[in-house]
Design a binder for this molecule. Structure first.
Ligand SMILES: Cc1cc2nc3c(=O)[nH]c(=O)nc-3n(C[C@H](O)[C@H](O)[C@H](O)COP(=O)(O)OP(=O)(O)OC[C@H]3O[C@@H](n4cnc5c(N)ncnc54)[C@H](O)[C@@H]3O)c2cc1C
Length: 288
């Protein structure tokens, strides 16, 4: 079997690792100016300046000739999702999202926002959208170039959104703030702790998609970022499964919560039951 990786971005280390675990040949189909290491073959689909990578879908589909048992993997990012969908339509293949595990002919996917898991099996090719992870390292084979295709799409205007540019996936230490914070100004306490620990600031979803105190790329969880730092400090976060699914790859988890029965303590290596307004300044003072 062959595992095909469709990559419009170099941040596909987790995808490469998953493809390798399947045991067959791994071919990366890169779109535009992207390098991917750790694979057996690279086929590049060129994209001219000003053409969105999504427009290369027919070219990508022409390169990927998946057969029974083959897996097509794409990182869970907007451009790759478009390419994955177009490929699935072309191949007549099912699309799997929220993939927890994948092997030849079978997968487990997370459903209902992470509350449950479903086992699925497939005989023909399947397209799976999975977490990309950081940039793929390893030696990059020299790329073969696919036949250029004419694209009748062009970017006519761009509008910059005011989002942060934090790379939580690569962060070694994270302080995550939840609804236990009473106001946006109070996040200064979390920022102080970040400063003391050399950590990045993250949050639960309500702070990014509710009160909008932090940009959306800072929230952790099943529908946000999946992180795996050495240290994850969850402050004022209750620990619903939709949040913990994004941080359960952390090495050490510390939870600060005023409710001793908060579910987050089940996922924590160290727990502090207390008011964050007292606990955080004390930790910061101790760290200094
Ligand atoms: C389909 C779906 C997808 C979702 N995806 C995500 C996701 O990706 N990420 C995510 O985070 N959520 C996600 N959610 C939302 C999730 O279910 C929870 O609602 C959310 O995680 C709760 O955020 P929270 O823990 O900050 O808030 P709450 O659940 O309100 O918890 C606040 C906590 O703060 C504590 N607290 C209050 N005051 C203090 C204080 N002074 N000191 C210390 N502790 C205090 C409380 O005891 C409580 O435990 C999703 C939900 C659905 C339905």
């Amino acid at each position: 079997m062959t595992a095909w990786i469709v990559a419009a971005d170099k941040r596909v280390a987790s995808v490469v690792e998953l493809a390798r675990s399947l045991g067959g040949q791994v071919i990366a189909v890169t779109v535009g100016d992207v390098t991917v290491g750790g694979v057996d073959r690279v086929v590049n689909v060129p994209v001219a300046d000003g053409v969105p990578v999504e427009a290369a879908a027919p070219g990508v589909a022409a390169v990927v000739t998946a057969g029974p048992g083959d897996v097509v993997l794409a990182a869970n990012r907007p451009a790759e999702r478009v390419l994955a969908g177009a490929l699935a339509a072309r191949l007549g293949a099912p699309v799997l999202t929220d993939v927890v595990s994948l092997s030849q002919g079978a997968a487990e996917v997370s459903v209902f926002g992470g509350v449950s898991r479903e086992s699925v099996s497939f005989a023909g090719p399947v397209v799976a959208v999975v977490d990309g992870g950081p940039a793929a390292g390893g030696e990059a084979p020299s790329a073969e170039t696919a036949d250029a295709q004419a694209h009748d799409a062009a970017v006519t205007s761009t509008e910059r959104q005011d989002v942060g540019e934090v790379d939580l996936v690569a962060a070694k230490r994270i302080v995550a703030a939840g609804r236990g914070f009473k106001s946006e100004e109070d996040l200064a306490l979390a920022r102080d702790l970040c400063g003391a620990l050399g950590a990045e600031l993250a949050c639960s979803r309500p702070l990014a998609e509710g009160v909008n105190w932090l940009p959306r790329d800072r929230y952790v969880g099943v529908s946000g970022q999946k992180v795996s730092p050495d240290l994850y400090v969850a402050v004022g976060i209750s620990g619903q499964v939709q949040h913990t699914m994004g941080m359960n790859g952390s090495t050490v988890v510390v939870a600060v919560n005023s409710d001793g029965n908060a579910p987050i303590f089940r996922d924590a290596d160290y727990g502090i039951v207390g008011d964050l307004y007292q606990v955080l300044p004390a930790i910061v003072a101790a760290a200094k």
